[in-house]
Ligand binder design. Structure first.
Ligand code: HSE
Length: 445
């Protein structure tokens, strides 16, 4: 042990998939942390429901507790690692740890996506930090990149595949021509999707993550409630097949753009050109595409979930804090990026192209009232394709639009739904203008 080595004690709350990974990574690499960084990193307390779990991970019996209060009340603990997720008692754990002067490392995107401002202010008051690399993109070091390596840039766009479950489902739908419900059921059977898949498939998980990333990227206050959110339940195999024939791939993207008209932040199924770098991200993998005005386009790729990848992010945060704790003057208090509040752009002001699939009655004159609705809302059609998917009396018709305002499309959609000729507005999918994502970046000299 080096003469300057400093013991840093952590309290680990939650020994599930991620917490177990964190315990294993720390125990496996402890000697290396000591010899390479001079940090004697100890799991002083570990909290779970059952002591067997702590034993199975190789943690000493005296470290175990089933009461999280024991962890936050321990005066020798420097860093609390909160890995139980959910709102309660995670909120109480944050509050108790921060007010007793302990740093908190967490992967809790649902909590931080909504309450990071309040918790961040509490941390600042008590001169400690909250770190959350694992909360967005799992093992991908994207928070670190935005807070450190890219900090000299003005960040223009963050666009990410931030949810592995939905990317896995969309990838299988594309490869196997299956519909959403069929792949979801299989993904649940195989353990890729939760028994209650709502947070993933309805876009809430991705919305929390894009809220966290855009707050950091744009130095402003964005919460999950600010993010327009639409999931993948209505995407069908027919839409994915049509997208492919038109040169697009359908991805559930979290998109955040810092525009002159305000911050545009949204999660929805998106058609992007098949040759865009995000289109090739398949299965349960995550990727975050970032444009900075100086660096231009970048992309960060990796596992967005899982025991060891997420533990990698958690332990990285712990070691950064431990390193600062070991040196004078110690870690800086939580910075407050929330004092700057940029205006948000309403989803109604989004201007984009659309893919619209209608199931219609297949008879003379059907298209006339449909075209009338589009025309009255100022929506110009660039392509029409009638599919041979019906029973002779009905079929799908796909319309691609030129750029139109979301508000106009929403109004047109409602009227289309009411037309006698239209049986169903089966899908409306935004076609993203990916070329605009890099607008504002410097030209290379
Ligand atoms: N449920 C998330 C996903 C992983 O499917 O990507 C944890 O954030």
């Amino acid at each position: 042990m080096s003469s300057t080595a400093r013991t840093v004690n952590v309290g680990l709350i939650g020994l599930g998939t991620v917490g177990g990974g964190v315990a294993r990574v720390i125990l496996r690499h402890r000697d290396e942390y000591l010899s390479a960084y001079g940090i004697d990193l100890r799991i002083k307390r570990a909290c779970a429901l059952e002591p067997e779990r702590a034993r199975e991970l190789g943690l000493p019996d005296e470290a175990f507790t089933s009461d999280w209060h024991d962890v936050v009340a321990d005066p020798n603990i420097d860093i609390v690692i909160e890995l139980i997720g959910g709102d309660h008692p995670a909120t109480e754990i944050f509050e108790a740890a921060l007010t007793s002067g302990k740093h908190v490392v967490s992967a809790n995107k649902a909590l931080l996506g909504r309450h990071v401002e309040r918790l961040g202010r509490l941390a600042a008051q008590h001169h400690v930090q909250i770190r959350c690399e694992a909360a967005a993109g799992g093992g991908i070091p994207i928070v670190n990149a935005l807070e450190h390596a890219l900090v000299g840039n003005e960040i223009l766009t963050v666009a990410g595949i931030l949810n592995g479950t939905t990317n896995y489902i969309l990838t299988r739908m594309e490869r196997e021509g299956l519909d959403f419900a069929e792949v979801l059921a299989d993904a649940q059977r195989l353990g890729y999707a939760e028994a209650d898949p709502t947070a993933d498939v309805d876009g809430f998980d991705a919305a929390s993550k894009v809220a966290i990333l855009s707050s950091i990227a744009f130095h402003t206050r964005i919460t999950t409630d600010d993010v327009f959110q639409e999931g993948i339940r209505n995407v069908s195999a027919a839409d994915i097949e049509q997208a492919r024939s038109l040169g697009y791939t359908v991805k559930l993207l979290g998109i955040a753009r810092n525009t002159a008209d305000g911050v545009d932040v949204r999660v929805h199924p998106t058609m992007i050109p098949t040759d865009h770098m995000l289109a090739s991200v398949s299965g349960a993998m995550n990727a975050v595409y970032v444009v900075g005005d100086a660096v231009g386009e970048t992309m960060f790729y990796g596992a967005g979930a899982g025991s060891f990848p997420t533990a990698s992010a958690v332990v990285g945060d712990v070691l950064e804090l431990a390193d600062a704790i070991s040196h004078t003057p110690g870690p800086k208090a939580e910075i407050e990026p929330f004092d700057r509040v940029l205006p948000l752009r309403s989803i109604d002001d989004l201007v984009t192209r659309y893919y619209v699939r209608l199931v219609v009655v297949d008879e003379v004159g059907t298209l006339l009232p449909i075209m009338d609705v589009f025309a009255r809302h100022g929506i110009s059609i660039s392509q029409i394709n009638q599919l041979q998917d019906g029973d002779g009396s009905r079929c799908s018709v796909v319309f691609l639009t030129h750029k139109a305002a979301e508000g106009d499309m929403a109004a047109a959609r409602q009227e289309l739904d009411e037309l006698a000729a239209v049986e169903q507005v089966a899908s409306v999918i935004r076609i993203e203008d990916v070329a605009s994502w890099a607008e504002g970046a410097e030209e290379n000299e």
